[in-house]
Design a protein around this ligand. Structure first.
Ligand SMILES: Nc1ncnc2c1ncn2[C@@H]1O[C@H](COP(=O)(O)OP(=O)(O)OP(=O)(O)O)[C@@H](O)[C@H]1O
Length: 253
């Protein structure tokens, strides 16, 4: 489609979204989150604020009761999970989801089960092997033989096989030690630098904001504050309320 229209400002935009589970009270109460191209946007906030629910709505697992979802300017509000993938979204769920009895290659290949074009699958395979060297190095190994951080990279690689524009990452540091968490966040930055926007949910708010470009503080199903992640990190009141204390002094050397 040839068009002179300017590219949309946001790759993913959830606007005034209300959503909840069954007949229970609303979890998201008029939430707006915007993900610009080539950015990492991080959602932080207390337990139960609705962070994972935002990702479920964005990936089509939960249909919003009102509000809209746009991907690259196209309204996809009522899309189910398969159509959301076709729209350009990929979701890496919370916890560990590799199949341990299968090889790394088989796990990554599963991400392409909706892709019919063999040349495209080969191209994507090369892409993820370059982006995540551990995936290339351990290609024929059983996924269960990899460390937790390496398995997370296999999950990232699998999510990129559908050529998403935006990846939704739910708590990628869960269960990982601080050193491994740093390595996983390095991979998130690599995804961003490869042109894939990231919407990240994290309990480890400070660490996530150190990685992200934009932070959104969620509470009671609404975004209360949004802005450059570095500014949120430097805000003493925010640090006290949501980041477990005042910012640590930054070493001068
Ligand atoms: N499948 C579900 N069915 C019913 N209620 C749910 C379901 N999943 C989540 N909830 C409820 O929705 C609210 C928000 O949950 P959500 O997991 O989105 O919060 P969160 O901010 O990601 O929390 P956490 O940081 O603890 O993971 C909670 O009250 C939770 O109990």
């Amino acid at each position: 489609m040839a068009s002179d229209a300017p590219a949309p400002e946001y790759l993913l935009e959830l606007k005034d979204v209300e959503a909840g589970y069954g007949r229970a009270a609303l979890v998201l109460r008029g939430l707006t989150v915007q993900v610009p191209p080539s950015s990492i946007v991080c959602l932080v906030g207390p337990n139960g604020a609705g962070k994972s629910t935002v990702l479920k709505v964005a990936s089509g697992m939960l249909t919003p009761r009102s509000g809209s979802i746009r991907v690259n300017g196209v309204d996809v509000t009522r899309n189910g999970p398969q159509d959301m993938i076709r729209s350009g979204l990929s979701h890496v769920l919370q916890g560990h989801s590799v199949f341990k009895e299968m090889t790394v290659a088989e796990n990554v290949g599963l991400g392409a089960y909706t892709v019919r074009d063999k040349a495209l699958i080969a191209e994507r395979t090369d892409f993820v092997k370059t982006l995540f060297p551990v995936v290339a190095d351990r290609w024929t190994a059983l996924a269960g033989a990899l460390s937790g951080g390496q398995q997370k990279q296999v999950e990232f690689a699998r999510s990129l096989m559908v050529s998403p524009q935006v990846v939704l990452l739910d708590e990628p540091s869960m269960g990982l030690d601080p050193k491994t968490t740093s390595k996983v966040f390095e991979q998130v930055v690599r995804m961003r630098d490869a042109g894939i926007a990231v919407l990240l949910v994290e309990q480890n708010a400070r660490r996530a904001l150190e990685t992200a470009d934009i932070g959104c503080v969620l509470d009671l199903g609404k975004v209360h504050i949004t802005g450059p992640a570095s500014e949120l990190l430097a805000d003493p009141q925010l640090a006290e309320l949501y980041l477990g204390g005042r910012p640590a002094a930054v070493p001068t050397t």
